[in-house]
Ligand binder design. Sequence first.
Ligand SMILES: CC(C)(COP(=O)(O)OP(=O)(O)OC[C@H]1O[C@@H](n2cnc3c(N)ncnc32)[C@H](O)[C@@H]1OP(=O)(O)O)[C@@H](O)C(=O)NCCC(=O)NCCS
Length: 217
Amino acid sequence: MTRVVVWGATGHAAVVREALGGTATLLALFDNRDIPSPFDGVAIHLGEAGFDDWERGYRGERPVHGCVAIGGAGGRDRLARMHWLHLRGYPPLAVLHPRAFIAADASLGAGCQVLAMAAVCTRATLGEAVIVNTGASVDHDCIVGDGAHLAPGARLAGEVVVGECAFIGTGAVVLPRIRIGAGAIVGAGAVVTRDVAADATVAGNPARLLRRNPSHA
Ligand SMILES: CC(C)(COP(=O)(O)OP(=O)(O)OC[C@H]1O[C@@H](n2cnc3c(N)ncnc32)[C@H](O)[C@@H]1OP(=O)(O)O)[C@@H](O)C(=O)NCCC(=O)NCCS
């Protein structure tokens, strides 16, 4: 049985736990915010100090894997926390729902989450800590950068390139061969017909620029 600690205690943690089903034992849950636990009987340890306390008291078996349940447009935080956990000795756990489709020749980086009814099609490449959320799809030959998140029902047509930590909102559609820049946000339900600049937010059908996001670089 795989052992895992989860960082992030919002609804996405519940989605991840369901996806893992009986294949992993959740040992501990961490969050930077003092919020109620989404799970009965599993307390939240607060921040890095809480992690240190938990780790000092842990007497169980190893290895223990790390999983980061930070969704939304938090790709940079998810990626950074995944690397932090890895450096602390908790290798990233891939969360691949048993009802997701992943083509045999697709390539997935460390710590990807491919959730229920999602599809990652032939020759697609996902970087590290990518989320392909419930019912989202990544078609043939797409390249999805580290930390990107496709929200539930988002759809990438073939040969789309998504930059690092971009967020594609729920139900959005991205037409073939479009390039979405790093850190960009695509609004829910958008239809993206033109390339999107790095750190831009676009929305609507056809998608239009709403604003430029402050750069996180
Ligand atoms: C696009 C988005 C990021 C904009 O958020 P925001 O910067 O807070 O923008 P606001 O809510 O202030 O809206 C600004 C304007 O854009 C419009 N707008 C917002 N989201 C829109 C969308 N998805 N499609 C079309 N128009 C949208 C608003 O109606 C508003 O228009 P107005 O100025 O004419 O009133 C957000 O609305 C969105 O779609 N997020 C995706 C959420 C999602 O998919 N979550 C999944 C979690 S797993």
